[in-house]
Write a protein that binds this ligand. Structure first.
Ligand code: ITT
Length: 193
């Protein structure tokens, strides 16, 4: 069974592949045409629907998308929906992670990852599923796994960052894992991909 995901982020694709072993996960890079995705919403839900619709309009088949980010409480929940673009798209995560560490010095360290999966069904109707995971900004980057903000995302139950655990461990508690679980529950209740 094929599942189309409207993302060009290869890290997300790899996580979805691991979490959906029975599916043939395909993404924007598997299309022979380049599709323009405009992400100008102000919420994860708006952006996720926007991305999924862009691909649905090309394929005319059910698709999902993922809009996600990190909300840092001491930064007024920024970078939030701007997590990919914050500080410029070409700025390395070494620099972005250090900037967050500096921004929370002497302040509350709480943060959360948010993931909204949008599903456009056969009829073209949009459904959204939100997953969140609470964590803290670690005082220094730790670990080599995962991507993006994982080296500084300390997850108290694991006593370490999400970059310092296996993919399976991260996926079992992650914002993306939770959103995907809600989507699959809904799908298994009768909607057909
Ligand atoms: P697409 O829009 O093509 O899906 P993107 O990377 O631009 O790819 P987003 O706009 O949803 O996706 O930005 C999400 C950003 O939030 C991502 O680039 C990371 O910086 C961060 N992020 C989201 N999930 C994460 C995770 O599991 N671990 C670390 N960082 C994450």
């Amino acid at each position: 069974k094929t599942i189309w995901i409207a993302t060009s982020n290869q890290h997300k694709v790899e996580e979805f592949k691991k979490m959906l072993p029975e599916y043939n996960v395909k993404c924007l890079k598997d299309l022979d045409q380049k599709i323009e995705i405009i992400e100008n919403g102000t919420t994860f839900e708006e952006n996720a629907i926007c991305k999924a619709k862009s691909l649905y309009d090309v394929l005319h088949q059910p698709v999902i998308s993922d809009d996600s980010g990190i909300e840092v409480d001491a930064m007024d929940k920024k970078p939030g929906v701007y997590s990919a673009r914050w500080m410029g798209e070409n700025t390395s995560y070494e620099i972005k992670n250090q900037a967050i560490i500096d921004a929370v010095k002497g302040k509350v360290k709480t943060a959360r990852y948010v993931c909204v999966i949008a599903y456009i069904d056969e009829m073209g109707n949009a459904h959204t599923y939100r997953g969140e995971v609470e964590g803290q900004i670690h005082s220094c980057p730790v670990g080599e796994n995962g991507f993006g903000y994982d080296p500084i995302f300390y997850y108290p139950p694991f006593h370490t960052t999400l970059a310092n655990v296996s993919d399976e461990m991260k996926n079992s508690i992650s914002h993306r894992g939770k959103a995907l679980e809600l989507f699959l529950e809904d799908l298994n209740r009768g909607k057909d991909l």
